[in-house]
Design a protein around this ligand. Structure first.
Ligand SMILES: Cc1cc2nc3c(=O)[nH]c(=O)nc-3n(C[C@H](O)[C@H](O)[C@H](O)COP(=O)(O)OP(=O)(O)OC[C@H]3O[C@@H](n4cnc5c(N)ncnc54)[C@H](O)[C@@H]3O)c2cc1C
Length: 442
């Protein structure tokens, strides 16, 4: 019997499995789809997520697929300079989500079980039983089954927020004729006019949100004619849509689970929070949920988690996603083609010329500014341990912690959590920080 079941082999579920395996646990990922999807919703990874991937040695396999290193993020299309961010990676990595998922999956010890859609979940004091084709049992279930999460519905988990009010189309197409002056590089999108980005293999990514899209139903198929009309409206008659490789509708619904933990079931990624994918935030939230949850759940299973450690996953990550929901709703309002949003846009553009305002936003959007109560930032100079234990530098380790905290050379006093966040940076309090994050000395 595995220690943990994970529902969903998207980037969140895969990184959660990776984190748990790195801590020595046995994890079975159950995935509805028969094979990995070649389609990518996300095309961009924010600096903090690039750090997370790099610290785990996952970036090397992703590098060959990187199409751009954008020195700026964006807030509803307004560029937000990243170049002075305090990170080794002061840029958005332009890479298709499918390559990120594939790089993580390739490192898993136990293969993902595909064609295995979760259809029922029951839990008791000792564990969770899941039906996904056959029956599976483990001590815990991580629900990373995406925005339409079946597990969320099965548990009837409260998911308050707002329903979609605008409708957008995303499509990967081949262009039979390119308009003059179409940029071959990646550029910042605009909600009002959509965007058209070159991808690998002769494809272009299209996102449109015109009047026609607002009138069509969520389940109406996206046709080449609809895309042609939308693209002609923006680029003129010189553009001709060829083959449509993939197309889908999405909206600006913004919802978040009230609680990320339901007994022995923990929610992560889009299963826990949904929002308009503007500003490139969703995938990053999911990857960082996984990095926060993995070591805490591993400590819980190993029996050395201090009281409240597992619940600190909700306490730390819920506010981060709540803030992203605020940001994405603000971006949606700012991006709408109407005179009021144009006025707000003018004001915000002026504010962003103030370096402190721009930097504040850059720290948030990039994830570099994320911190948690009692934590004094993150470190990236100290490489993650292969087994997901903590790291101490610049101070002697008190007896009884050597199985959970590795001592490394270094003069600066630092206690680093397995997810790279700083639990202690000198002075009194090392003992209480050890107890708070790593349990009792053995
Ligand atoms: C058009 C668009 C553009 C985007 N661009 C960006 C971007 O640039 N940057 C960014 O950060 N984010 C972006 N996002 C958001 C990002 O794609 C998502 O936040 C990300 O995919 C979330 O990952 P996840 O693993 O949580 O969920 P998903 O990627 O949705 O993965 C969930 C997995 O669970 C599986 N599953 C579903 N139901 C079941 C079941 N019952 N049993 C078993 N398995 C199941 C699914 O098949 C899927 O493999 C974009 C989204 C869209 C729609």
């Amino acid at each position: 019997m595995p220690d943990v079941l994970v529902a969903g082999a998207g980037p969140t579920g895969l990184l959660t499995a990776f984190e748990l395996e790195r801590a020595g646990l046995d994890v079975l990922v159950l995935e509805r789809a028969a094979r990995p999807s070649p389609q990518s919703k996300a095309l961009g990874v924010q600096p903090r997520s690039v750090e997370v991937l790099a610290e785990r040695g996952l970036l090397t396999a992703i590098e060959p697929h990187v199409q751009a290193r954008l020195p700026a993020g964006h807030f509803s299309g307004l560029p937000i300079d990243y170049t002075d961010l305090p990170t080794r990676f002061p840029y958005q990595l332009g890479v298709e989500q499918a390559h990120i998922a594939a790089a993580i999956e390739a490192q898993l010890r136990r293969p993902v079980l595909r064609d295995a859609a979760v259809t029922s979940v029951t839990q008791d004091d000792e564990g969770v039983t899941v039906t996904a084709g056959g029956e599976h049992r483990a001590g815990w279930l991580v629900a990373a089954d995406g925005g339409h999460s079946t597990v969320r519905k099965l548990l009837d988990a409260a998911f308050p927020g707002y329903s979609a009010r605008i409708s957008l189309v995303v499509a990967d197409i081949e262009l039979a004729r390119k308009p003059d002056g179409l940029a071959d590089e990646w550029h910042l999108p605009s909600l009002a006019s959509g965007f058209l980005l070159p991808l690998s293999g002769g494809r272009h990514r299209v996102v449109v949100a015109g009047e026609e899209q607002q009138k069509l139903g969520r389940d109406d198929p996206v046709t080449a004619d609809e895309l042609q009309r939308a693209l002609t409206a923006v680029h003129g008659p010189g553009i001709e849509v060829g083959k449509v490789r993939w197309a889908s509708r999405f909206g600006d619904a913004a919802r978040q689970l009230e609680r990320y933990r339901h007994g022995r079931v923990l929610f992560a990624g889009d299963a826990a929070h949904i929002h308009l994918p503007v500003g490139g935030q969703g995938l990053n939230l999911g990857l960082q949920d996984a990095a926060n949850l993995g070591w805490k759940l591993a400590a819980q299973i190993r029996g050395h988690a201090p009281a409240g450690l597992l619940d600190s996953y909700h306490d730390e990550r819920h506010p981060v996603a709540a803030r992203v929901l605020v940001h994405t709703r603000a971006q949606a309002a700012l991006g709408m083609p109407n005179p009021d949003s144009a006025a707000v846009r003018e004001v915000v553009t002026g504010l962003l010329a103030v370096p402190e305002a721009r930097r504040e936003l850059a720290m948030e959007l990039s994830g570099i500014g994320i911190t948690y109560p009692g934590i004094s930032g993150r470190t990236t100079e100290i490489a993650a341990t292969p087994d997901g234990s903590g790291v101490l530098t610049g101070a002697p380790l008190p007896p009884g912690w050597a199985d959970r905290v590795e001592v490394r050379e270094g003069t600066e006093p630092r206690l680093v959590r397995p997810d790279g966040y700083l639990a202690w940076t000198g002075g009194p309090g090392l003992d209480s920080a050890l107890r708070r994050w790593f349990g009792r000395p053995s």
